[in-house]
Design a protein around this ligand. Structure first.
Ligand SMILES: [Zn+2]
Length: 442
């Protein structure tokens, strides 16, 4: 007997959010404060030695013809939810739904995904080909959903004084996972900070370097729970401009070596005010709100206020540029605690892929049914639309060829030979409607 496999069906209708403008002051990213007195500042993104190194690596890769092949870099994530004893879904103990939303948002943003708020038509805007998946194996080889919930037994954490305490509550090997801690910050002032990538000199280099190598615990991203995911109305506290999940997009940018677009400089004449990306116009200070046209330091050009590494409102943001992409990918291939993530990847699963964008006024309704015979998925069109084609992808977006039996209004996917995991299928109907579904091979 057929039964509906409701847990694997996601019909998500997304509409492009309209941009509205508010002026509530700067995005309170704490990275400039965190790195003000850091011992490894010169060896981290933005520091002299780091910037010399990354430009050298870029030249070497070009000389070796080791060009970026644009493959997807999938980064396994562990999310540490640090709460204060609340039940799941209340306060800092965020619901699974909010966590899943946040994972979708960062993939939409890093993927410049059509039909989502992460899409843009800017000439410099790109798909970074970097994606984020929740770990499915923990550091001791046990199955996990990539989410750790810890009662921190306190209301809030200070980003400087409590940094080590917070991270000692829970962290996984940063050679294999991107650690993301979700907390309530003390003082309603800051909403996120991240560990920059850093370099160690080669044995032949004579650079002074602090010993021992900096602790592993800080490596990752910390973010305020009230700006995590799509924040329901009234739950963002004092951070109402940052309610669309872009704080994590911004902070992961730092984790991958990006600097603020104004380089934390002070004014156009500050030579240190650079992000080392030529396609983000230099500007003298952060941008707040979402101003229509703000003059950059380059005559005749405007500040790229839509860039994720500025301080504009969440609804204003939708761009990573080609140079930012290049910089992040060099970091992923070459930096310690980044390249190891790619070399020996742990298993992980994507929350979802591109949400389906359904044409307006179409009454397309499909049923995904698991038949009585194991590993068969039957897709039917109750409206009688003819199903024309289906393409199946794995979680990395790679097309998978599997046997499909078709009739006019139904298809049977035969999944016997598929590995366990989550798959996407794109189904096209005779009227041009396109539907995307997810299914899980158990
Ligand atoms: Zn920042």
């Amino acid at each position: 007997m057929k039964r509906l496999l409701s847990i694997v069906l996601f019909f998500i209708f997304l509409s492009q959010g309209s941009v509205y403008c508010q002026n509530e002051g700067p995005r309170p990213c704490a990275n400039p404060e965190v790195y003000k007195n850091s011992k490894i500042k010169e060896y981290s993104a933005g520091g002299k030695y780091f910037e010399d190194w990354i430009s050298k690596v870029e030249r070497l890769e070009i000389a070796r013809a080791a060009a970026d092949n644009n493959e997807i870099y999938a980064i396994p994530v562990v999310i540490h939810i640090i709460h204060n004893g609340e039940p799941i879904g209340e306060g800092a103990n965020l619901s699974l739904e909010r966590i899943n939303e946040q994972m979708i948002i960062i993939n939409n943003d890093y993927g410049r995904v059509t039909g989502t708020p992460g899409f843009n038509i800017h000439p410099a805007g790109v798909d970074t080909r970097i994606r984020f998946c929740l770990a499915t194996t923990n550091p001791v080889g046990q199955p996990t959903n990539g989410i750790v919930r810890i009662n921190g037994n306190r209301d809030s954490f200070d980003f400087i004084n409590d940094n080590v305490t917070l991270k000692n509550l829970s962290f996984w090997d940063p050679d294999k996972y991107l650690n993301i801690w979700v907390v309530k910050f003390t003082g309603n002032q800051y909403i996120g900070y991240a560990q920059y990538p850093f370099i160690q000199p080669l044995w032949s280099d004579s650079l002074p370097f602090p010993q021992p190598v900096p602790d592993v615990q800080p490596d990752g991203v910390v973010t305020e729970y009230r700006v995590f995911g799509n924040v329901p109305s009234g739950q963002s506290g004092p951070f109402s401009s940052y309610n669309k999940g872009r704080t994590l997009t911004h902070e992961i940018g730092h984790y991958l070596g990006l600097l603020h677009t104004w380089g934390d400089g002070s004014g156009c004449s500050d030579p240190n005010g650079t992000d080392y990306c030529e396609d983000t116009p230099k500007h003298g200070e952060y941008t707040a709100g979402c101003p229509a046209n703000r003059q950059s330091c380059i005559p005749g050009t405007f500040v790229m206020k839509e860039n994720y590494l500025d301080y504009t409102n969440d609804v204003c943001m939708n761009i990573f540029t080609a140079d930012q992409k290049k910089r992040m990918r060099i970091v992923m291939r070459n930096c310690i605690r980044r390249k190891t993530i790619l070399i020996n990847p742990v298993s992980c699963a994507f929350v979802t892929d591109t949400p389906p964008k359904i044409k307006e006024n179409k009454k397309i309704t499909f049923s995904l049914i698991k038949s009585s015979s194991e590993n068969e998925f039957i897709i039917e069109s109750p409206d009688g639309l003819t199903l024309e084609s289906i393409v199946v992808y794995d979680y990395l977006g790679k097309e998978i060829i599997i046997p499909v039996q078709k009739s006019a209004t139904a298809m049977i996917l035969r999944a016997q030979n598929l590995a366990r995991g989550i798959y996407m299928a794109k189904i096209k109907a005779s009227d041009g409607s396109l539907l995307k579904i997810r299914f899980r091979k158990l």
